[in-house]
Write a protein that binds this ligand. Structure first.
Ligand code: C2O
Ligand code: CU
Length: 551
């Protein structure tokens, strides 16, 4: 049942940040874009009008879209892009998601400015949170800002074959904050007003393109209550770590000296690539308490302490604390008898530069990435879902391997160079309807160790294990959490570590899976699943809508 219908007009709008004005792609002229408010189980229709000059698609990140991959959004995976002047009506089908998700462009790197929060209330309203009802709630979207146009950043990176240029600022709700040259305290800083003694719900989204982030509020502790639209057993922390794609819901109580101002701040987490080190900066927003006597108020906000950018331990430690809430209103259903066991290496790689030129990757190569040594190639000018549905031959293969082609010491420091070159291809993995699936993602140290926030479309999955070093299938699986593992749609494979996930393939369609660092996604750290139809009509894909965008 449709609870609401939204109009998304994608258009260029001038915005000024860091003393420079440029046209950015926006939805309805706003940056970040509009928040969708829904209730658990709703279906929402969004009419997307492309009034810009570029091809675009919109993805509803974390919405399972039961039986309806047609509205999922990734370009050339489930649809051809919406061309300038065209319109596409997308049906957003919510099922068991509850909490915070978000939507974003899924065409090139347009999500830098085309994104917004999705707030999913309990079916019976906000009195039915599994925690005391907050006084107020706010989406807090973390991101990155480039002075250059984002399509130039994208094109330069793809053409040079090297790392993309680092962003010029991190942002909170689109604003850099007080610590950047030329950011003016009034225009470039997000402000939050609170009442003393009240508790607030912050719905955090990480929309940064290339980096994971730490977040904290000066003098205030945070109670984590949910992530990726699923509730967690609450736990208290001084900082959170959040990967691109992830959402985290936190409560904080305004119980500190009301005459102070407090910064909330975000900075780079757990990576060591040159790109990130260059962007070792901090974005801030200001919290101030209402109705205070202005004469005694301090004007310099207190600054929270964030873990350092190269502190990978604090990041894994934080994520390891996630436990599903599990109560009678929020039961879980972890697959116990696994039918399909897979082991995916996620690696950095290099490929030769096209036409004998020299690229900016190591030794003149161009940077690439892979899953099980296959570097994904975008199947333009056709999309995989329509190729599958209409049985168009030659668009893709179905030979995605369940295990890496080679066994080696994944996390050893000096890897032999023959591991560097992956195979390029478009291989899908076919899953039977309702198969119980387990995937272990193993990070490798080929070329350059990195963490990888892996995101699966069409599903949430239980994260049953997380660890450092090489996954040991005898020892590590004995420690899997099958009691209260968190239910996520995005989870970071730690630098030189592994994660294990489980889900039931109960959603027929074609579903993309990729690293949510956009450079890794564009270099090939992607694959897709075909989940076959079941036998009964309500276990089968819905028919395509009449207005699928043509290629
Ligand atoms: Cu948030 Cu495939 O994306
Ligand atoms: Cu990655």
């Amino acid at each position: 049942e449709a609870w609401a219908r939204y109009s998304f007009v994608v258009e260029e709008t001038p915005y000024t940040r860091l003393c420079g004005t440029k046209n950015i792609l926006t939805v309805n002229g706003t940056f970040p874009g509009p928040t969708l408010y829904v209730r658990r189980g709703d279906t929402v229709v969004v009419d997307v009008y492309n009034k810009g000059t570029r091809n675009i698609t919109i993805h509803w990140h974390g919405v399972k879209q039961s039986r309806n991959p047609w509205s999922d959004g990734p370009e050339y995976i489930t649809q051809c892009p919406i061309q300038p002047g065209a319109k596409f009506s997308q049906n957003i089908i919510f099922s068991t998601e509850e909490g915070t998700l978000w939507w974003h462009a899924h065409s090139e790197w347009d999500r830098a400015t085309v994104h917004g929060a999705i707030i999913i209330y309990p079916k019976n309203g906000t009195d039915h949170y599994p925690f005391p009802k907050p006084h107020a709630e706010f989406p807090i979207i973390l991101g990155e800002w480039w002075k250059q146009d984002i399509d130039k950043v994208y094109n330069d990176a793809i053409q040079s074959g090297g790392d993309p240029v680092a962003s010029d600022a991190l942002t909170i709700n689109g604003q850099p904050g007080d610590f950047y040259p030329c950011s003016s305290k009034s225009a470039d800083t997000f402000k939050l007003k609170v009442d003393f003694g009240k508790t607030y719900l912050l719905r955090l989204v990480n929309n940064a393109l290339q980096i994971s982030l730490y977040f904290a509020i000066a003098n205030h502790t945070l109670a984590v209550v949910g992530s990726d639209a699923s509730y967690l057993k609450p736990f208290v922390t001084d900082y959170i770590s959040i990967s691109p794609g992830q959402t985290i819901d936190v409560l904080f109580t305004a119980n500190q000296n009301p005459n102070h101002l407090y910064y909330m701040a975000a900075g780079v987490s757990s990576d060591a690539t040159p790109l990130v080190v260059e962007n070792n900066t901090t974005t801030t927003a200001i919290i101030h308490y209402n109705n205070q006597n202005h004469t005694s108020r301090s004007t310099t906000p207190l600054i929270p302490k964030l873990p350092s950018y190269d502190d990978t331990i604090s990041s894994v430690n934080f994520t390891s604390r996630f436990r599903s809430l599990v109560d009678k209103n929020h039961p879980i259903d972890v697959p116990k008898h696994i039918r399909k066991r897979m082991f995916f290496t996620v690696s950095m790689n290099t490929l030769p530069c096209p036409n004998d030129t020299s690229c900016q990757g190591p030794n003149g190569s161009r940077l690439a990435t892979s899953v099980n040594n296959i570097s994904f190639v975008t199947p333009t000018p056709i999309d995989l879902l329509e190729a599958y549905y209409y049985q168009i031959k030659g668009a893709f293969g179905v030979k995605f391997p369940s295990f890496p082609p080679l066994k080696f010491n994944f996390t050893a420091e000096d890897q032999p160079s023959y591991l560097e070159t992956p195979k390029r291809g478009i291989e899908l993995k076919v899953l039977k309807y309702n198969a119980s699936v387990q995937i272990v993602f193993q990070g490798t140290s080929i070329v350059d160790p990195s963490e990888h926030p892996m995101h699966l479309h069409g599903f949430s999955f239980y994260v049953v294990g997380i660890g450092s070093g090489n996954f040991d299938k005898h020892k590590d699986r004995l420690k899997f959490n099958l009691v209260d593992p968190p239910l996520q749609n995005t989870i970071a494979v730690p630098l030189n570590g592994w994660i294990a996930i489980r889900f039931k393939a109960d959603n027929p369609g074609v579903w993309f899976m990729h690293c949510h660092f956009d450079r890794h996604m564009s270099w090939g750290m992607d694959m897709a699943f075909i989940v076959k139809n079941g036998k009964t009509p309500n276990t089968q894909m819905l028919p395509p809508p009449p207005d699928m965008p043509p290629c």
